[in-house]
Structures are given as C-alpha cells and as structure tokens.
Design a protein around this ligand. Structure first.
Ligand code: ZN
Length: 142
C-alpha cells in the first residue's frame, strides 16, 4: 500500500455530504444497520472528513482510555496494540470519508463508532445553516 491509496479525495464536496456519528456500546454482531441508525438522532454531526477522523479518534480514545481498562483479562489477550497512536487510522478514516464513504470502527467488545455518510437528500440538517431558513420551520420529513 502506498500513501496514495489513502489520499484524501474531494469527491465528498460535490456530493454535499455530511456525516452522522453514532456511538453504540454493543458488540459488532449487534450493531444497528444504517437504516436503523439514520432513523435516530446522531450523537454528533460532522461536516467534513477531518471532523469525521477527529470524532472517531476522540470516541475511540475515550472508550479505550487506560483508566477504563482494568480487567486482567486484557493482559493475556496477546494482541496489545498501542491504542494511543491513531495517526494511520485517522488517515484511512479521512480518506474513506473523503470518498463519500461511511466509516465504522470500534474497540472490540466495548464500543462501535460509526460515521454514516449522509447526502442532502437523505437529511437536510446541514442545509439550515445559521442565517438561512430555520430547520424548525421546515419540519421533519417523513
Ligand atoms: Zn444530517
């Protein structure tokens, strides 16, 4: 893999995307589907790939903070990754998001963080910018 594989594209700008961030404290097998997620209020709304990467990093870091990992069982798991260094992951997340993708990541058994890419057609929460039409006056679709 060369660095170019994870380049940040500008595809997302033309798609008028934003991302809805959802944090689920369940195992991957029990995670919600995109359809289910989009029906609920997001935990966070991101408007560009940088925010997506930053949100994922912050969420995962908070979930995997050393203070929270107290179980001795963690020690004999074998695979000890440095949960503090997310630079590579962030580059991948930023790249995926910039291509208009939804991005999911998590800490096994603890948390799932998903940034669902949402188009203006699917959700207009970002079009009601300050100064324009109030989102309240437009009401919710559906
Ligand atoms: Zn939205």
């Amino acid at each position: 893999m060369s660095k170019d594989d994870w380049a940040v594209a500008d595809a997302w700008t033309g798609l008028r995307l934003h991302w809805h961030g959802y944090v689920e404290r369940v195992a991957l097998a029990h995670a919600a589907t995109r359809e289910q997620r989009l029906k609920t209020e997001p935990d966070e709304v991101m408007v560009n790939p940088d925010e997506v990467a930053a949100w994922l990093e912050g969420t995962i870091k908070a979930a995997s903070a050393p203070a929270l990992i107290k179980k001795p069982a963690q020690a004999k798991g074998g695979a000890t990754e440095d949960a503090r260094d997310f630079a590579d992951s962030m580059q991948v997340w930023r790249s995926l998001a910039s291509q208009g993708e939804s991005v999911s990541t998590g800490v096994r058994g603890q948390i799932m963080a998903t940034a669902e890419a949402v188009t203006e057609r699917e959700c207009d929460c970002q079009t009601a910018a300050p100064g324009s039409v109030s989102r309240l006056s437009k009401g919710r679709r559906r």
